[in-house]
Design a protein around this ligand. Structure first.
Ligand SMILES: Nc1ncnc2c1ncn2[C@@H]1O[C@H](COP(=O)(O)O)[C@@H](OP(=O)(O)O)[C@H]1O
Ligand SMILES: [Mg+2]
Ligand SMILES: [Mg+2]
Ligand SMILES: [Mg+2]
Length: 325
């Protein structure tokens, strides 16, 4: 059972998740300010991986392990240490180690210093396969790596699965205006930057400042198209900055659980709906991948029926169109 009598479900896990994401966000902000071209590696899938992806994963793993001591620890996370264990990555590993230790020292909550081996094994705590039974943390240490690299939007996305269901989610969005994305261009609005979205199953969704200061705001999904990287889109949708988020990757692309778990619960707990193109709920119990039909649709309950119909018609039209030579 989670929580003692009277406290909301998963309260301790939520507090730990927020702390983990906020600390990881601090490391990411440091790196974004001093991005060095030489720190960008290329993974086999060609997506850029930075010291910040790894550093963020280390800090989240560390904080969760320190704060949530009951039960065994399982985490399904995007990064692994394979590339970092190569001789050629020695310098990068050193940089990550310094960054993590500096961030921990500045925070002051934990009196620990990690060795390079400690960094590698913390990254590899994210190797779990997840699945339908037990509890699994789901982490995208930096979602929207492309946005991160160009100084734009990205998110640290952390969710908890319990018996195959997402029961809580936290989205740290360091570059997102606190109140609305209409304040994205231009600082004259005086809107604070850095939003932390969170949601627990059955308890609604909230947004607060990433710096940890109140006010907190209950979210509600309501109704201009915007293009921003990462699960910050789910957060923006959850507070009514936009009404629809459609994601239709190229054929054959397999969606990963960490790209949607935290964002999906933030939207559903704000009163929205997230399904695939057939109208099915997303099933996070199948391991590291999501088995979705064609794409993902997130919107409010009023728009969903007509949107689903339009999407299905568009898919049908496309499948009937003559294929290009
Ligand atoms: N060809 C592709 N089609 C769809 N999604 C892709 C993709 N290649 C990578 N992604 C995923 O899309 C995420 C970014 O989403 P968005 O486009 O909404 O910013 C990436 O997360 P990471 O940045 O964590 O690797 C990555 O997992
Ligand atoms: Mg990636
Ligand atoms: Mg991602
Ligand atoms: Mg990522």
């Amino acid at each position: 059972m989670s929580g003692s009598a009277g406290s909301p479900p998963y309260a301790a896990e939520l507090a730990a998740a927020k702390k983990a994401v906020a600390l990881a966000a601090r490391l990411c902000q440091t790196v974004q300010q001093e991005i060095l071209q030489s720190d960008i590696q290329s993974k086999a899938d060609k997506s850029p991986v930075t010291v910040a992806d790894y550093g963020s994963q280390v800090l989240v793993s560390l904080v969760l392990n320190m704060e949530v001591t009951s039960g065994s620890f399982s985490m399904v996370a995007e990064e692994d240490s394979e590339d970092l264990r190569k001789d050629s990555a020695e310098e990068i590993l050193e940089h990550i180690t310094d960054l993590v230790n500096e961030t921990l020292a500045e925070d002051g909550s934990y009196n620990i210093t990690l060795s390079k081996e400690g960094i590698l094994s913390a990254i590899d705590t994210g190797k779990s396969e997840g699945g339908p039974s037990g509890r699994h943390w789901v982490l995208d240490p930096i979602d929207g790596t492309k946005g991160f690299l160009r100084g734009g939007q990205y998110a640290i996305a952390l969710a908890l699965l319990d018996e195959g269901k997402v029961v809580l989610g936290v989205l740290g969005c360091p570059n997102l205006p606190l109140t609305s994305i209409s304040n994205l261009n231009g600082s004259s609005s005086g809107d604070q930057t850095g939003a932390l979205f969170s949601a627990t199953i059955g308890c609604g969704a909230e947004v607060e400042s990433l710096e940890g200061s109140p006010p907190q705001k209950k979210l509600g999904v309501q109704a201009p198209p915007v293009r921003i990287d990462s699960q910050a889109k789910y957060g923006a949708l959850a507070r009514g900055d936009g009404a629809i988020y459609l994601r239709f990757p190229h054929k054959g692309y397999k969606e990963k659980v960490w790209d949607h778990a935290a964002g999906a619960i933030v939207v559903t707990e704000a009163g929205g709906v997230v399904t695939d193109a057939s109208g099915n709920d997303l099933d996070f119990s199948k391991g590291r991948f999501l088995d979705v039909d064609t794409g993902i649709i997130a919107t409010n309950k009023q728009l969903m029926p007509s949107l689903l119909k339009s999407v299905q018609e568009a898919i049908k039209e496309k499948s009937q169109a003559p294929s290009p030579l």
